[in-house]
Write a protein that binds this ligand. Structure first.
Ligand code: GTP
Ligand code: MG
Length: 439
C-alpha cells in the first residue's frame, strides 16, 4: 500500500490504461436498508493509498453478518464477481472483526483489508514529524494487538500448534502469540513514553504556553474540505495542499492579523466517517488544539450534494463531541464556492443562513470571514485593568497584539494597562488583574 507520488496515484485512478496498478481491490460494503451510502469515499481512500478499485458489491442488510460480514448468498455472489475481475485484494468499507476478516480471507482466497487498516496506512505514509510518526505507530499497534487477541482465541479453539509463516513460528502457537502480545504491549508502553517525552521536550510547548494568550481559532472539518487552503488564503501563508485524503496530520499554526488584533489560526487533521478510534486516541494531543481553541471554523466542502454535506458535517460534529470540543463556539464555513452554480448558492444560503460561503481560489468571502472571526471575539469584549510587572515584558508586547489599542502608564510596580479584551483572552490575564471585571 505504498504510493510513490504521482505515478501510482494515476495508475490507481485510471486502473486500466497505463501501468496496471500493483494492488487492485474489489470493494465491499454492508449498508442498512434505506441508507444510500456510496463507495466513492472508500475508492478515494484507496486511491490515496495507491490502490486501484476494480469492482464493488454492496449488500443491503441491517447489520453485517457476525462471522463473514456478508451473508452466505452474497458471499457466493462476491466469489463469482471476483473471479471475473482481476482483483488481488478485497477492501471492506467497515472495520472488520478479526473473525470476519479471517473467514472472508479463507472464503475468498485473497487478502482482505478493512477501512481502518487503509486509513491507518494513509496516516502512516503522511506522518512527517516525530510526533506524528509515533502517534500513527501507536494506533497501528493497538489495531494489530486486537487482531492478535482474536487470532489467539481462534488458535486456542482449534488447538492449533503454530501460526504459519510468521516470525518465530517455532514455539507452540499459544505461547508464541502470548509472546507477540507481550512484545506489542511493551512496544505500546514504550511508544507512549516516547510520545510523552517528545511532547514535553519540544520547545513548542513553551511557545504554546506563551502564545496561549492570543485568541485561538482552529480549522476543523472533513478531510479534503479545503482547510489548509483556507488557512493559506486567510493568512497568505504557503501551506501544503493536495487533493488527497488526510494530507495534513500535524497541526500548523499561523498568525492572522485583522482589525488591529492578532489571532492564531491552527490547521488540523481532517475527520472522516467511522474515524478509527485508535487514531482518535493516538492523536489526542493534536486534536487537543481543537478542544482548547476559543473558536472553531468548521470547514465543509460546498461543492458536494446536500445529503453528503450533511453527512460530513454530522461526522465532524461526532468527533468534536468525542474529543470534548462541542462547547467551543463554531462558525460553519462553506468552502470551494467557486465550484457551485447560482441555484446551489441560493439553496445553501437558505439552508445554512449562518454559514460563510468562501472560495480560497477566487478570494470570495475571505475578507468577510476574517471580519466575522473578529466579530465573534468582539461580541465578548470586556474592559480590563491590569498591572504587568516589569519582568513580564513579553506579556506586554503580547497585549499590544491582542488588544490593538490600549492605555498604558508606568508605575513603580509595573505597567498599568487598561484594555478591551475578548472574554477568553481576558481570562488568561486574570493573574495580572487590578480591578474586578474578571467575573
Ligand atoms: N476549486 C477549489 N478547490 C479548492 C478550494 N480550496 C481547496 N481546494 C482544493 O481541495 C483539495 C483539498 O484541499 P486542502 O486544503 O488540502 O484540504 P484539507 O481540508 O486541508 O484536507 P486534509 O488535510 O486532507 O484533511 C485541494 O485539491 C485544493 O486545491 C477552493 O476554494 N476552490
Ligand atoms: Mg489539510
Amino acid at each position: 500500500m505504498h504510493r510513490d507520488g504521482k505515478s501510482s496515484n494515476q495508475a490507481a485512478s485510471s486502473g486500466l490504461n497505463g501501468r496496471r496498478a500493483r494492488q487492485r481491490a474489489f470493494l465491499i460494503a454492508v449498508v442498512p436498508d434505506g441508507g444510500d451510502e456510496q463507495l466513492s469515499e472508500l475508492r478515494e481512500l484507496l486511491r490515496t493509498a495507491g490502490v486501484a478499485g476494480v469492482g464493488e458489491l454492496i449488500q443491503r442488510r441491517d447489520h453485517p453478518h457476525p462471522n463473514t460480514y456478508l451473508g452466505a448468498g452474497k458471499l457466493d455472489e462476491l466469489k463469482a464477481e471476483i473471479a471475473r475481475s482481476d482483483a488481488n485484494l478485497v477492501a471492506c468499507d467497515d472495520e472488520l472483526s478479526p473473525r470476519q476478516e479471517r473467514n472472508l480471507e479463507s472464503a475468498l482466497g485473497m487478502p482482505v483489508i478493512d477501512r481502518t487498516a487503509i486509513i491507518l496506512d494513509i496516516f502512516a505514509s503522511h506522518a512527517h514529524t516525530a510526533e506524528g510518526k509515533l502517534q500513527v505507530e501507536l494506533a497501528q499497534l493497538e489495531y494489530n494487538l486486537a487482531r492478535m487477541r482474536g487470532l489467539w482465541t481462534h488458535l486456542e479453539r482449534l488447538g492449533a500448534g503454530r501460526i504459519d509463516g510468521g516470525i518465530g513460528t517455532r514455539g507452540p502457537g499459544e505461547t508464541q502469540i502470548e509472546t507477540d502480545r507481550r512484545l506489542a504491549r511493551d512496544r505500546i508502553s514504550a511508544l507512549k513514553r516516547r510520545l510523552q517525552h517528545v511532547r514535553s521536550s519540544r520547545s513548542v510547548m513553551r511557545a504554546e504556553r506563551e502564545r496561549a494568550h492570543l485568541p485561538s481559532v482552529a480549522l476543523a472539518g472533513y478531510t479534503n474540505a479545503g482547510k489548509s487552503t483556507l488557512l493559506g488564503a486567510l493568512t497568505e501563508a504557503n501551506v501544503s495542499v493536495r487533493d488527497r485524503l488526510f494530507h495534513t496530520l500535524d497541526p500548523t499554526t499561523r498568525l492572522l492579523r485583522t482589525g488591529g488584533r492578532d489571532y492564531l489560526l491552527t490547521d488540523t487533521v481532517g475527520f472522516i466517517r467511522k474515524l478509527p478510534h485508535q487514531l482518535v486516541e493516538a492523536f489526542a494531543t493534536t486534536l487537543e488544539e481543537t478542544r482548547l481553541a476559543d473558536l472553531i471554523l468548521h470547514v465543509v466542502d460546498a461543492s458536494v450534494p446536500e445529503d453528503e454535506l450533511l453527512a460530513m458535517t454530522a461526522a465532524v460534529e461526532d468527533v468534536l463531541l468525542e474529543i470534548g470540543a462541542d462547547a467551543v463556539p463554531e462558525i460553519l464555513v462553506l468552502a470551494k464556492a467557486d465550484r457551485i452554480d447560482e441555484e446551489r448558492r441560493t439553496e445553501l444560503q437558505r439552508r445554512h443562513p449562518d454559514a460563510m460561503l468562501v472560495s480560497a481560489m477566487t478570494g470570495e468571502g475571505i475578507e468577510t470571514l476574517a471580519q466575522r472571526i473578529e466579530e465573534e471575539f468582539a461580541r465578548t469584549l470586556q474592559d480590563v485593568e491590569l498591572l504587568i510587572p516589569f519582568h513580564e515584558g513579553a506579556r506586554l508586547a503580547e497585549l499590544h497584539a491582542v488588544a490593538g489599542d490600549l492605555e498604558r502608564e508606568e508605575t513603580p510596580a509595573g505597567v498599568r494597562v487598561v484594555a478591551r479584551l475578548p472574554a477568553p483572552v481576558a481570562a488568561r490575564y486574570r493573574e495580572f488583574a487590578l480591578s474586578r471585571p474578571f467575573a
